[in-house]
Ligand binder design. Structure first.
Ligand SMILES: Nc1nc2c(ncn2[C@@H]2O[C@H](COP(=O)(O)OP(=O)(O)OP(=O)(O)O)[C@@H](O)[C@H]2O)c(=O)[nH]1
Ligand SMILES: [Mg+2]
Length: 227
């Protein structure tokens, strides 16, 4: 299955680049999208497609925005969405892209991070909303909690995406993305998270399977309108 990796926002691009560098997705196409023109110019060098998105403010519903449908139309049947939540771009657009893709019958993986606590309530709240929206519109979700990075001594400054990427590497050495998404026992998936990242009660990384099917269409709609 040839995946399409969709990088949303600047951190989302960094994560996508780190993921591609693993070699796990040799045939993947990369779509880069951002609201920031400079970042898009810099990051789209390696992308097959790029989209300059409009900046969104306040409550956003699916269908209100340009490009989301076009982005999904350019994607294959298997989509990997990368975003680092908390900012205005990844948090707003990654869920809308995931929703559009899953409603079009695509297989959707969302790989994302949550912001540091010190970044403030607004960013964290925005990320929590986006996280919920991503979870209910993905077949497989992998989350990294940036705030816990400091608890892992072995991580250097350039290793910001390493736990998430290492987890995906580890999980994919056991199962394909589709098999991971189909795993009924979600707890069993956590065993694929490398041990050094399973810090205390709240892990640095989480894997969730089958999240799209765990919720009704009405509830999903509600979660997207709550913004
Ligand atoms: N794991 C990881 N987190 C990052 C990275 N870059 C930024 N972040 C985190 O993600 C949050 C959002 O940052 P960006 O990705 O730059 O935001 P954006 O999606 O481009 O949105 P705006 O620039 O606000 O429009 C930050 O507050 C950080 O917590 C990265 O490369 N890796
Ligand atoms: Mg940005």
């Amino acid at each position: 299955m040839n995946e399409t990796i969709i990088a949303v926002g600047n951190g989302g691009y960094n994560l996508a680049a780190d993921l591609i560098a693993t070699g796990l997705f040799p045939d993947a196409r990369l779509i880069v999208c951002d609201t920031n023109k400079k970042d898009l110019e810099k990051n789209s060098v390696n992308g097959a497609e790029s989209f300059l998105l409009e900046k969104l403010r306040g409550k956003v519903k699916s269908g209100d925005t340009t490009f989301v449908e076009e982005i999904v139309e350019k994607a294959s049947d298997s989509v990997i969405i990368c975003a680092t939540l908390g900012g205005m771009t990844g948090s707003k657009y990654a869920p809308l892209i995931a929703l559009e893709a899953i409603l079009k019958g695509k297989f959707v993986c969302s790989f994302f991070s949550m912001p540091y606590e010190f970044e403030g309530e607004q960013k964290n709240k925005r990320a929590m909303n986006a996280r919920m929206q991503l979870i209910v519109s993905s077949n497989l979700a992998v989350q990294q909690n940036n705030d816990r990075l400091k608890e892992v001594q072995s991580l250097g400054l350039n290793d910001i995406d390493k736990p998430l990427v290492d987890t995906i590497k580890s999980a994919m050495s056991h199962k394909s993305l589709a098999e991971l998404a189909d795993t009924k026992n979600n707890d069993s998936l956590q065993a694929y998270i490398p041990e050094e990242y399973r810090v205390r009660d709240m892990p640095l990384v989480w894997i969730r399977s089958n999240t799209y099917h765990g919720i009704s269409d009405d509830e999903r709609k509600n979660i997207f309108n709550l913004y």
